[in-house]
Design a protein around this ligand. Sequence first.
Ligand code: SAM
Length: 292
Amino acid sequence: MSNLANDKATKAIVKKYGFNFTKSLGQNFLVDANVLGDIVDGADIKENDIVFEIGAGIGTLTEELAKRAKKVIAIEIDKRLIPILNETLSQYDNVEIINQDILKVDLAALVSEYSPNQKIKVVANLPYYITTPIIMRFLEENIELSSMVIMIQREVADRMAARPSTKAYGSLSVAMQYYAESKIIAEAPKEAFVPSPNVDSAVLKINVKQDKGVDLMDSDLFFEVVKGSFSKRRKTILNSLSTYGDFEKDIIEKALGASGIDPKRRGETLTIMEFADLSNRIYCLRRETLNK
Ligand code: SAM
């Protein structure tokens, strides 16, 4: 396992380069070899894999990926870390370090440049201030992607992997389920990082669905229905939805009836299939009304 995955080595290298951690960039570097092992094992890297890592830090995870994968594309925003990465990864000729902001980079172009013929894997200990936007970018932008194994805040991991009728289940859980199957595969205490973050963390494995399994007539409407259904968690779905955005109460009532969903149920009890059916019915009823 990486020589960097311990407190002493990490502190020594940052001291050598006079590097000061920037909290606003989520710079909490992994120093626990067991957790590092959980991430790389969970990612199931094969020798032909092309792996994208977001936020390489001092290269602790990058090194383990480089040992296993065909190629690692490591994106790091902080230019002060580039000389450190050049040193810690000097013996690997299969690592490409890219000094860019993952939120600004043309992701599709980057992926097709480095992996024109095969689906990529994403593995990362993510900067926590932008966890959800990063994950959603990869899922929404039709990137050729097979899986993501990512370290994120425990609470966000719980929400992403949540099932219906649980406290953590919300619009983020449904959005994730639309694109993928997600599962928490490991947990990490605060002490697994230098400096320690304020929250506990978890490793989430996201297997991207090659076939979404739900047919949507209008995906924007679907996501509006999901958001509206969770907008008043303690109220019935009828109340929650009909007072959200520009949903019409009579159409919601009819759509719920046609979908066989009791209007007294709460939004948090609906499965993704029920949300899909409900949004398709609303779509059709609205069209019928327009054509009258
Ligand atoms: N991979 C390293 C590890 O496991 O120790 C570092 C992980 S640290 C939690 C997150 C890293 O993401 C930091 O090195 C930070 O500079 C980098 N980062 C933050 N925002 C970024 C962005 N928008 N694009 C690319 N990298 C970013």
